[in-house]
Design a protein around this ligand. Structure first.
Ligand code: C2E
Ligand code: CA
Ligand code: CA
Ligand code: CA
Length: 279
């Protein structure tokens, strides 16, 4: 009836109001968080699946909020992207990740690769991309051990600018990884035109292993095609022994996941990298 429909609409608009209020509050909290540098970086190791050696680590931002506890990047990154606060946040992230890389190099961990996630927003903005380039140039790290992870969104919306900016990073010797591969619409033939070195297969595909269903077949085929095309392939989100065994069986060489190691604070990951501690 019209009456119940009316109250339904009210419920929806109440929810909408709440969402908007929450987002505004989050934007305000982010402002304070960025000013007070409330963020920290965790590092999740990436493994050679055959030898169990750690090849590198992925920097993942954490926000231990003074009142709200840990807030997930899945919550605050999209809001920061909308509010353009991502630029300042990402400058902080890249700056701190490279500072850490330099420290590790000085401490005998020069062989460890460092992956940093880069928002498509930063890649799309020339002035903000330049700020990231300035930060990169200010740290004389071994750039061949640096990887920037990007997602498909940027490639679809701004192909030519994306290619040009990714090539600027590659001039340093930095490599580019395509994150969450398989969740978007790009095919490998499309990706071949782009300056990409590494493909990270999204964990939604790994999750389905080894039930013999479509995702498993897709994983197997993405892997062999990507390897034929000379991409390095990394499997994300390995959670079970079964998944690990299957990935090794189909010759997937590299992977990350809770089974192998969760993201760790820098001091903990340092102990793990020095192999004095287990994950
Ligand atoms: P992502 O780049 O795909 O990162 C992988 C996410 O999967 C991380 O979540 C990681 O903790 C989680 N993960 C790792 N292994 C497993 C596993 O075995 N099972 C499951 N279920 N999850 C696993 P996190 O740290 O919460 O980050 C979520 C997303 O937020 C990231 O997805 C990335 O898109 C974004 N993000 C995180 N840190 C940064 C950052 O420093 N900069 C930018 N631009 N985005 C970031
Ligand atoms: Ca990533
Ligand atoms: Ca991913
Ligand atoms: Ca992601």
């Amino acid at each position: 009836t019209a009456k119940s429909l009316g109250s339904e609409i009210n419920i929806y608009s109440d929810q909408l109001k709440k969402d908007i209020v929450n987002q505004i509050q989050m934007v305000n909290k982010l402002q304070v968080g960025i000013e007070k540098e409330e963020f920290t970086l965790f590092y999740q190791p990436e493994f050679n699946l055959h030898t169990n050696e750690i090849i590198g680590v992925e920097a993942l931002v954490r926000w231990p909020h003074p009142e709200n506890g840990f807030i997930s990047p899945n919550t605050f990154i999209p809001i920061a992207e909308k509010s353009k606060q991502i630029y300042a946040l990402e400058q902080w992230i890249v700056n701190n990740a490279l500072k850490q890389k330099l420290k590790w190099e000085e401490d005998g961990l020069e062989h460890i690769e460092l992956s940093i996630n880069l928002s498509s927003k930063t890649l799309e903005s020339e002035s903000n991309f330049q700020k990231i380039e300035q930060i990169i140039a200010s740290y004389k790290v071994d750039y061949t051990k640096i990887i920037f992870e990007i997602t498909e969104t940027v490639i679809i919306s701004h192909v030519d600018t994306a290619i040009e900016r990714l090539n600027r990073l590659r001039e340093y010797g930095i490599r580019i990884a395509l994150d969450d591969f398989g969740t978007g619409f790009s095919s490998l033939t499309h990706i071949m035109k782009l300056p990409i070195d590494i493909i990270k297969i999204d964990r939604s595909f790994i999750k389905s292993i080894p039930k013999g269903n479509e995702e498993t077949v897709i994983t197997k085929n993405i892997l062999s095609l990507a390897q034929d095309l000379n991409y390095r392939v990394v499997a994300e989100g390995i959670e079970t022994q079964e998944q690990l065994e299957y990935l090794k069986l189909i010759s997937c060489d590299r992977g990350q996941g809770y089974l192998l190691c969760t993201p760790l604070p820098s001091d903990k990951v340092y102990e793990v990298l020095r192999s004095s501690d287990d994950c």
